[in-house]
Design a binder for this molecule. Sequence first.
Ligand code: XMP
Length: 527
Amino acid sequence: MASDDQKVLVVDFGAQYGQLIARRVRDLGVYSEIISCDATADEIRAARPSAIILSGGPASVYAPDAPSVDAAVFDLGVPVLGFCYGQQIAAVTLGGEVGHTEAGEYGPARIMRSGESQLLAGTPEEQTVWMSHRDAVSQVPDGFVVTSSTANCPVASMESPERRIYATQFHPEVRHTEYGRQILSNFLFGICNLVDNWTMDNIVEQEVDAIHEKVGDRRVILGLSGGVDSSVVAALCARAIGRQLTCVFVNHGLLRKGEPEQVEEVFTKQFDVDFVHVHAEERYAQLLANITEPEEKRRIIGTQFWNEFFAVAQDLDGVEFLAQGTIYPDIIESGARKTGGKASTIKSHHNLIPFPEGVHFDLIEPLDHFFKDEVRALGKALGLPDHIVYRQPFPGPGLAIRIIGAVTPEKLTMLKDADAIVREEIDAYNAALFEKTGERNSERSVWQYFAVLPDIKSVGVMGDERTYQRPIILRAVDSSDAMTADWAKLPYELLSRISARIVGEVDGVNRVVYDITSKPPATIEWE
Ligand code: XMP
């Protein structure tokens, strides 16, 4: 990968900080990776960074178990930039001092610049930044100058242009820091002389070349789920190796209305690959009959996927590689490749694939250094349709965990029909917002929305007839990462239209209810 010759390494002192900084660096067109703060200077050198950023973190530098940084990192000859905890750890490691301020500073603050600064070049004398700290540098190390301060914080930023070490007490990666982008840009381009070559077109080219080089004239197999990650891997491989790729689409019958047809359409008409549509609907229906326990449903569905997949794989001759849609957050969150590829720290999510006896494939994971929105941008650049690129999160076990109780063909049909109406209406609502705001994930757009079919019936009246039928539960949430979620405050007219349409158009449904619980205490899914 050409990005190897240019890489900003973010040393992470507290998980969420590192990811945000790496994202900002990539947004400016420079490839960036995260490395744990346990990494030694030798490991950091081995990763061949062009620049190093020390992230913020929740600890106090004087706490007994406070994470530290190997002092030799400052002697690698690579420019270093520290934020918040990163500034404090740089200061104490290099002979300065950190003191405990009484009040601390949390939220917006005004900094006043003092003297020349390469890092703050081109930004105003006084500006708003985002602060979040109690401790602060009280004495800068030898060779450093203070370049800005606030009323409560004498060293809001410092630098040693000679040693090429720069630091800020505030957080330039946070959007509330008015000139954060400019400051980061000064570091990357003004100080480190990097170029902005991390662009989607370059990336597609690099990834395609890398796959081509690794695979040569051999064959690759891939399990397509209909989701964005596996589809983008398929599209990349299609571009790189064409019909040397076999895409196996295991249709468990639990996808939403129209989805299997869409997947087939894209990977038979738009991309020239070997496409195998495994019709496993009947087998899944039998396996799931009478299963009511959610985890049991998940286990059966997952196990059967690999049974179906390997049945196809073993019939194909000469397949040496299995391609997978693992993305960068999966790797960061599993603690794998903690030090930029160091084998001993790989916990190996790979072991999750239950290869049958005697079966082995080498893995190709072309997305393992991409964040989710970069995967979407890649999908766009490769020409995948919007319904795949912007597909909302959808659970692997599919509609089986949205039917409370046992799954039957009748319930599946009912849920698919109701869900199609929910999607149609909320898709249109989101699209109208997108048109107005230009932001696909604007604050008011809905993140995940679907129908749930509970295992109860209730009384209703239609015409002059008493009915005794099922309700549909509407679930629509706002979230950014699925860890927490709030129920979406949908307009009453929209709720009313969805309700009227479901009761009017879906056989067997006489009532619609809206789930107004956030996560926690509820989860997004009902099972
Ligand atoms: P919960 O219900 O735990 O869901 O709040 C969080 C997010 O994860 C999705 N989800 C799953 N995805 N397999 C998946 O691939 C699963 O078994 C599964 N269960 C929940 C859910 O749709 C939501 O986006």
